[in-house]
Design a binder for this molecule. Structure first.
Ligand SMILES: NC(=O)C1=CN([C@@H]2O[C@H](COP(=O)(O)OP(=O)(O)OC[C@H]3O[C@@H](n4cnc5c(N)ncnc54)[C@H](OP(=O)(O)O)[C@@H]3O)[C@@H](O)[C@H]2O)C=CC1
Ligand SMILES: O=C(O)[C@@H]1CCC=N1
Length: 276
């Protein structure tokens, strides 16, 4: 893997996942640095991963080729403005994982037309099984795209999308998606308990079933629909259960939920891009 010096601004959950993934992939820890206000978290990064840590965001940027913005969206304008001079001096490739923060706003706050890649990961990145959508601003060249992809691939599967607007669709699908599956697991577990299973048995069987179904979907050449049909014996138990889910129009319900998440992502993008 090519080693460029990467500065992470904001050492929270997502930055930790990315750093853990990169180190596990063999990335040199001394080429990774994190700016994080929390002293305990800085200590954790040093002790666990051997990366360089900084309390001041600008210091982390001083010799970085790649800047990964990992703070909460509400802090984006403040943090970018604060590091704008240091960023202009280094002209790093900027990768933003911040939900709902548009490329143009990031470029504006950073004081110029820096090349920006937007990435939308999800929490399974913490176990290196994330699903990550990527979009590059026109200033990003092939080397920048490869660099961004290499960094994000350390925590999961990457897919480039054609337009920045599609990042909002990725947010609604895979960004928020783990919560949809967790909710389904909670519901199935409750159903198991209502059928007389003890709570631990219901939970363990639910989780293992989700894992097994996902593993089959990943490894099989068949579609999820074909895999579903194979579980569904004519006149059997699955058919009876699925009748209820289909009668409640699960597909329409899922569509409404994903569209609501998408609308919220668009709304957030609009309000954040208006910040100066
Ligand atoms: N969680 C998710 O499912 C997803 C999150 N994202 C995006 O990833 C980004 C990070 O999320 P996540 O890691 O979950 O959030 P966290 O809150 O875990 O991480 C943010 C980190 O930034 C630190 N911080 C606060 N203020 C500053 C500052 N001024 N300068 C530098 N660092 C600062 C925080 O420190 P402290 O805690 O001390 O304030 C915290 O450690 C967000 O923009 C989010 O939209 C994207 C996809 C999915
Ligand atoms: O709920 C949210 O707004 C963030 C973005 C995607 C997942 N979590």
């Amino acid at each position: 893997m090519t080693t460029t010096r990467i500065a992470f601004i904001g050492g929270g959950n997502m930055a930790t996942s990315l750093i853990a993934g990169l180190v596990a992939d063999g990335y040199a820890p001394d080429a990774l640095q994190v700016a994080e206000p929390g002293p305990d978290r800085r200590e954790m990064f040093e002790a666990r991963y051997g990366v360089r840590v900084f309390a001041d965001n600008r210091d982390a940027l001083a010799d970085a080729d790649t800047l990964v913005l990992c703070v909460k969206p509400q802090l984006a304008a403040q943090v970018c403005t604060e590091i704008a001079d240091a960023a202009s001096a280094r002209a790093p490739l900027v990768i933003s994982i911040m939900a709902g923060v548009p490329e143009q706003a990031i470029q504006r706050w950073l004081g110029g037309t820096l090349a920006v890649v937007r990435a939308m990961p999800n929490t399974p990145a913490m176990v290196q099984t994330g699903a990550i959508g990527l979009h590059a601003s026109p200033e990003v060249g092939e080397e920048g795209r490869n660099r961004a992809e290499t960094i994000l691939r350390a925590v999961g599967l990457t897919r480039w999308v054609e337009s920045e607007a599609q990042i909002d669709a990725v947010t609604a699908l895979s960004g928020s998606g783990p919560a949809y599956f967790f909710l389904f697991m909670e519901a199935l577990e409750e159903a198991g308990i209502s059928l007389g299973l003890d709570a631990e048995t219901a939970r363990l069987l639910t989780i293992q079933t989700a894992l097994g179904a996902a593993k089959m979907a990943v490894e099989s050449e068949d579609t999820p629909g074909q895999l579903r049909e194979r579980v569904t014996s004519p006149g059997g138990t699955t058919e009876r259960a699925l009748e209820h889910l289909l009668k409640a129009d699960l597909h329409a319900l899922m569509k409404r939920a994903a569209h609501a998440a998408h609308d919220r992502a668009v709304e957030l993008s609009r309000s954040l891009s208006e910040q100066s």
